[in-house]
Design a protein around this ligand. Structure first.
Ligand code: WT7
Length: 636
């Protein structure tokens, strides 16, 4: 009996029970029936969260691109694999069939090889949302190179620190990118980043915007001429199940981003399985996820999960507001999109425009609506449900993380009754637990606590690149023998989960996971700044926005505050990217601290959120008097 495709609620419960009782048998059956392996595994799972170490399908040999491309060629070579919708609404969409994808991936794989890239080498990909981006991931996977995609909105500083952390030998980029009516000079950003990256030997450049750029002799080359002469056949490198497939950076609570390492077999099995069930994908459906491939959502649910199922996946280069706020709806109508997966921040931005943009378009193809990246508030949920889904398309509120590789909590559409703001139930294979502050599991319903996962699932990140100790400390030290997510959650009377938000120093702004520490580090580089602390506060569209408290080295300098504010935001833009800019900056004489010198963010957060009457006990602070002053200034 195949468990692969769940169709009824009873079946979901049965499958989940089986996955808890016999996890190895459960995943083994799925792996066996739905993928091609060059060699079968010797052992389904070995794990120890205390070490920590997790291995799935040990001993198996495979190549993920044979599963995502080659095996579909016989039955659906002419089916569209990637449907590319460009930024310019008047430019033609591009239908890349599985046959053509096979050729293009192999050509690029051959180019990479000819430039000296071998199995295990790291390749940084810094590209806009164009087909070459997806093809680059797959070409790396074809030859066993480890891809490290850096979102093309990150600054040159952020790019160079990521390149250096994993010592990438190559960067694949483009001459520039389109973003609505603007163009962005990506190659210029790469050039600046590479001043500090001695490890990079080669840069391959896609021509996207016909920009006049400089090619550095011996280092940079246009990609197109190399592809033209490359063979369309490239033997797939045979990988071990636990060989790294990619590194993807996520922010943490210290300055250095964490390079999460995902491995081959488990990641493939889990993303494919969850894609099929969470979106209830059927053979001729057109599926569209609006995320950028620079984030895990794009890796798992634009590229690997859909292609492993032989699906048609839309790649959109543009933005929701260009040429106007009807763009998403126009694309849905044009391509008759069946499953649409986006972020609450986009939903709120579109809701703010009202329903008028929607009226012009026929959205009747839609069957499933997805949400990801941050808690979806009740208002946005209803707007999405009423106006986009016309109360006919269930919303799947999918909770997961870069670290989890795939969706962990989500309703199954047409199967699990939905409830606004609830990610509802764990997918098969997932064993969530809520823990209290002393580390005890909270049983029963109508409770809340810190969200942990008790048992490994196939796509859990295996380590942080180059820093296994940090991996252990971040995820496996807060609670014994558990993976700690960093999120708080509640479980309602029927056992549904609702994510209440981060309980650490990570703030989710417009769905982007931002650590406070790297932002504070950037601010503190300003010569006038002594100290800073960042907290989140509620924002209509972004969900949360950033509020910075900054103390200056010399009193009086704040008189120049407008300039200082600009300079501080410029520093943040340079170091991280414009997404991390502060909405509010308050200059203060001091920051509230504990007696051991730790900044009390809890108090600053309350002030930023305008919850001053409920600050809790501040008498134990080292400097309670600064709190009064901060409140006074905040209210001005
Ligand atoms: C954090 C992970 C998963 C891909 C995109 C984000 C928050 C994510 C939800 C949701 C409430 C959510 C959590 C999580 N988050 N999805 N459906 N409801 N919160 O990946 O950048 O690694 O961020 O995003 O706080 O821990 P990420």
């Amino acid at each position: 009996m195949s468990n692969y495709h769940i169709k009824h609620l009873e079946e979901y419960f049965k499958t989940h029970r089986k996955s808890v009782r016999e996890p190895e048998l459960f995943w083994e059956e799925i792996a066996e029936e739905h993928f091609v392996w060059r060699k079968r595994w010797d052992k389904v799972l070995s794990w120890d969260f205390r070490k920590p170490e997790v291995k799935w399908f040990e001993g198996a040999k495979l190549n993920i691109t044979e599963n995502c491309i080659d095996r579909h060629l016989r039955m659906k070579g002419d089916k569209t694999a990637i449907l590319f919708e460009p930024n310019d609404p008047n430019a033609p969409a591009e239908h890349i069939t599985y046959n053509r994808l096979y050729e293009r991936v192999n050509q690029l794989a051959n180019v990479l090889k000819s430039k000296g890239i071998k199995k295990g080498d790291r390749v940084c990909i810094y590209l806009p949302m164009i087909p070459e981006l997806a093809i680059s991931l797959l070409a790396c996977a074809r030859i066993g190179a480890i891809h490290s995609v850096v979102f093309a909105g990150f600054s040159s500083n952020a790019l160079s620190s990521r390149i250096n952390d994993s010592e990438c030998k190559m960067v694949i980029t483009s001459d520039g990118s389109y973003r609505g009516s603007k163009t962005i000079d990506l190659k210029g950003i790469v050039d600046e980043a590479l001043i500090d990256c001695p490890c990079v030997e080669k840069v391959l450049v896609v021509n996207r915007i016909n920009a006049e750029i400089e090619l550095k002799e011996g280092r940079d080359e246009w990609l197109a001429p190399l592809l033209e002469t490359a063979s369309t056949e490239c033997e797939a490198e045979i990988m071990d199940a636990e060989d790294p497939l990619f590194i993807l950076y996520t922010s943490g609570s210290t300055g250095q981003p964490k390079g999460m390492v995902h491995t081959t077999a488990g990641y493939m099995v889990y993303t494919a399985y969850t894609f099929k069930n969470v979106f209830q994908y059927r053979e001729n459906d057109v599926y569209w996820c609006t995320a950028d491939i620079g984030w895990i959502t794009g890796h798992s649910y634009i590229v690997y999960g859909p292609l492993a199922n032989g699906a048609t996946t839309v790649m959109f280069e543009g933005v929701p507001s260009y040429p106007d706020y009807g763009r998403f709806w126009q694309v849905i109508e044009k391509h008759k999109v069946n499953q649409f997966y986006t972020a609450p921040t986009a939903i709120r931005a579109l809701a703010k425009q009202g329903g008028s943009f929607l009226e012009d378009y026929n959205l009747s193809s839609l069957k499933v609506l997805g949400s990801v990246g941050e808690p979806i508030n009740e208002e946005a949920w209803h707007w999405y449900n009423d106006n986009v889904g016309k109360r006919k398309s269930p919303i799947v509120d999918t909770w997961w993380q870069t670290e989890t590789g795939g969706i962990m909590l989500s309703p199954l559409p047409y199967i699990t009754p939905t409830k606004p703001t609830y990610a509802t139930l764990p997918l098969p294979g997932i064993q969530p637990a809520l823990l209290d502050e002393s580390g005890d599991e909270i049983l029963g319903n109508q409770v809340d606590g810190r969200l942990c996962i008790k048992f490994p699932w196939p796509s859990i990140a295996r380590t942080i690149w180059g820093n296994h100790q940090r991996y252990k400390e971040t995820y496996f030290s807060a609670f014994d023998n558990m993976y700690f997510t960093g999120d708080g959650a509640l479980r309602d009377e029927v056992g549904y989960y609702r994510i209440t938000g981060r309980v650490d120093d990570v703030i989710i702004v417009s769905g982007h996971n931002l650590g406070t520490a790297p932002i504070e580090d950037a601010i503190n580089e300003h010569p006038a700044v002594a100290e800073s602390a960042i907290v989140g506060f509620p924002h209509d569209i972004k969900g949360s926005a950033l509020y910075g408290y900054v103390t200056l080295k010399e009193a009086g300098e704040e008189r120049n505050h407008d300039n200082l504010r600009k300079e501080i935001n410029q520093l943040i833009s340079d170091h991280i990217g414009p997404i991390a800019k502060l909405d509010k900056i308050q200059f203060t004489k001091g920051l509230p601290k504990t007696r051991s010198g730790k900044i009390m963010r809890r108090i600053l957060r309350k002030i930023a959120c305008n919850e001053m009457d409920n600050l809790g006990d501040i008498s134990t602070l080292l400097n309670p008097e600064v709190v009064e002053e901060i409140i006074k200034d905040a209210q001005q």
